[in-house]
Design a protein around this ligand. Structure first.
Ligand SMILES: [Fe+2]
Ligand SMILES: [Fe+2]
Length: 199
């Protein structure tokens, strides 16, 4: 099964600045995604994207919502149409005249799978957070205290243990770090501190 998108242009430049309202995004989210684990993953990534946009990139609330929206909807079609991931959500957002920046971020969240290079900061950070967020959440689930008291060295130990959260491709995570020009430790620390807030 190939998920290659075979194109590099997404959306229409005339739609710059167009976003879904929070309510519209949530309606789409709950209509398309029924799996609660996947819902949580998408909410976690959305939260990380928003926090990063605000705290590290110093972006205003309008921009923060674009980052958050990309995170919230990046796997929207995975639950019901995995063989069309992420083609279906891209086409949906294009038909709704959404900002191409958001659509490009979603299209490039797995360059090895979709064949689209992460170019913007939004693209790079979505790719950087996606898999690592899942690994850290899996770690929280096996700890009696969850996220409380979690330490960087514990996460790194799990990261090196290839059998743990085996679906998380370590090479892709490292590729994402180098594209974003960030240290693995920095991103792990950021995720550990913010992700516990998402329920
Ligand atoms: Fe995905
Ligand atoms: Fe994801």
């Amino acid at each position: 099964m190939s998920l290659q998108l075979n194109r590099s242009e997404f959306g229409n430049p005339q739609n710059r600045g167009n976003v879904l309202s929070r309510q519209e995004a949530h309606i789409l989210f709950y209509e398309w995604v029924k799996n609660e684990r996947l819902q949580l993953h998408m909410k976690q990534v959305a939260h990380l994207m928003k926090c990063w946009a605000a705290e590290k990139e110093g972006l205003d609330e309008t921009e923060q919502w674009k980052w958050e929206m990309a995170g919230l909807l990046h796997d929207a079609d995975w639950d019901q149409w995995p063989e069309h991931h992420c083609k279906k959500i891209i086409e949906e957002l294009e038909s709704r005249n959404i900002d191409p920046e958001i659509i490009h971020a979603i299209a490039s969240h797995g360059p090895n799978h979709f064949g689209v290079e992460p170019l913007t900061r939004m693209d790079q950070m979505l790719y950087a957070f996606d898999e690592l967020s899942g690994l850290i959440h899996a770690y929280s689930l096996m700890r009696p205290e969850g996220y409380a008291g979690m330490e960087l060295k514990g996460v790194k130990k799990r990261f090196r243990e290839k059998s743990f959260a085996a679906g998380v491709n370590r090479e892709e995570v490292l590729d994402a770090m180098s594209r974003a020009q960030l240290e693995l430790d920095t991103i792990i620390q950021f995720i550990m501190e913010r992700q516990a807030e998402v329920k």
